[in-house]
Ligand binder design. Sequence first.
Ligand code: BTN
Length: 258
Amino acid sequence: MQNNTFSGLFVGQNLLTIKQVDSTNNFLKEAVANSTPLPEGTVIMAEEQYEGRGQQNNKWNSEPGKNLTFSILLKPAFLSLNDQYDLNVAVSVGIIKGLQNVLTNAIKIKWPNDIYWGDKKIGGVLIENLVQGSVIKNSIIGIGLNVNQVDFPDWVPNPVSVKQILHRDYDLKALLYDICSGIEAAYLMLRAGNFEQLKALYLKNLYWYNETHRFKANNVVFEGTITGVEKNGQLVVSSGPVMRLYNFKEVEFLNKHK
Ligand code: BTN
């Protein structure tokens, strides 16, 4: 384990790089549960995760040493449980801002937790909140980003990496720094109460926002337009005058090839 410092205000100031771990989210969760005193903004980054986790109990694939797999500890005690999706909004905006420096604005947030470049998935976010009473005491923000990997197993859906886009290797620490700075700026906006500004940035960078595409829900394929995201995180898809709300996994985005 090695300790480094970034020059941001707090996110990444305490950076621990681990060679091998099951999952950086598990590592950070256990550290917090064992009352290890860790400052807000602590980042645990792994060269290799042997049980990296994605959303919905999926596995997260990452070739050792090639990508960013890391978790950030935040302490959003100012957020009530009803507002927990606000944190997802802030983190997504922060990642996008960090990545747009490198990959232009083809980078988008695919609701609810994916990071897309064009129509391909370049990264994903797994946020795990540790709640005490009615507040979020600790939040583990797990981020996986495909950076220098070019071969992916068949089971990985729709992947792309920074190297496949730029045709060169990219420095992992430099990218980590950009993302941490982006998240810090967005998180400070959230903490300062500027949620409306964050939400506007979120919608501006939302994949398929205000565009008409095909979706599938309850085994029915239909054309619709994403017209918003509710306060509780539900996706709003409108078809003419009909407005439908979806939770995660209740609606599928049908790309051209499906
Ligand atoms: C997804 O797209 O399903 C979310 C992927 C999240 C992967 C990251 S890698 C770092 C952190 N540790 C984990 O085990 N998962 C997250």
